[in-house]
Design a protein around this ligand. Structure first.
Ligand SMILES: [Mn+2]
Length: 289
């Protein structure tokens, strides 16, 4: 990310699209810990304005639509001003808004997404085992799944420009989409086995081959092993070690093609000894230092 560029930090306090509530409180806590000033601008908060409720069998659909549209528009303003956008969530469903804004701002041809998450979040209402919208947000940005969710992203991300890393819980329908669209995947066990250096090599190679000139980096704290980051809602074992995770975050943060990032899914009530919170703050420091 280019030095001297201003960073716009948006707090997205939506915590109700997933299975376990509380990601809104996590987002609030993290954002309140940030020292604003200098090159770090408080670009405001997105607070859900729609009552929770289920429509078309999708829990909190209207709330997710409302929040992601407002985040998208807020992020679009920041991109227009030439700022880097840091979205502090919240439920990962909000990433539909930040990704949609970035893809529209920079155009789909050379725009890519690095998705650091235990999960793929590319389910559709048809393939989702849980019905959780936070498992469908990336699918919608690609132009798959529920039409209303898709409409949040006027410009669709090219699936072949998406690279997953730290992945270890792809549902069968998601795996089919990955194979069909030739999306990139670096599994968590590959990072554990071959090391971070090898994983970074694969990331750089992917960005080079797909000619990505503008990158969005979506970080779900559940990519870290639950032993080291228990404060999140959909824990999957055999995740990254905290130090491996931070090494990847620092390396990617240094890319001059990086335009925006999400940090999502920290749930304080599930944390133990402040471990997850400390880790999240280290991520914020990496972006804001
Ligand atoms: Mn996620």
């Amino acid at each position: 990310m280019t030095e001297n560029r201003k960073t716009a930090v948006i707090g997205t306090y939506m915590g109700s699209a997933g299975r376990v509530p509380g990601a809104d409180l996590g987002a609030r806590r993290l954002k309140e810990s940030i020292a604003f000033g200098g090159a770090v601008r408080d670009a405001g908060d997105i607070i859900p304005a729609v009552d929770p409720g289920t429509r078309k069998g999708l829990r909190n659909l209207d709330r997710a639509l409302d929040v992601s549209c407002r985040l998208r528009d807020r992020a679009a303003d920041a991109f227009r001003a030439g700022e880097f956008v840091l979205n502090v969530g919240g439920d990962h469903a909000c990433a539909l808004g930040s990704i949609a804004a970035a893809c529209a701002a920079f155009g789909p041809e050379h725009f890519g997404v690095l998705y650091l998450d235990a999960h793929g979040d590319i389910n559709t209402p048809e393939t989702s085992p849980s019905g959780n919208i936070h498992g469908m947000s990336l699918a919608a940005a690609l132009g798959c799944g529920d039409p209303e969710l898709q409409a949040v992203a006027p410009v669709k991300v090219r699936p072949c420009n998406v690279l997953f890393a730290g992945t270890r819980a792809l549902d069968p329908g998601e795996q089919a989409l990955v194979d069909e669209e030739r999306m990139g995947v670096i599994m968590a066990h590959d990072i554990r086995f071959f090391g971070v250096e090898a994983a970074l090599e694969r990331i750089w190679k992917f960005l080079w081959e797909r000619q990505i000139h503008h990158l969005h980096f979506s970080i779900d704290i559940d990519v870290v092993d639950p032993g080291e980051a228990p404060g999140t809602g959909v824990r999957v074992k055999h995740g990254l070690r905290a130090e491996e995770f931070l090494e990847i975050v620092h390396a990617v943060r240094g890319l001059d093609i990086l335009r925006s990032a999400d940090l999502v899914e920290f749930i304080p009530a599930l944390d133990r000894k402040g471990r997850t919170e400390r880790l999240c703050r280290e991520v914020l420091d990496a972006f804001l230092a």
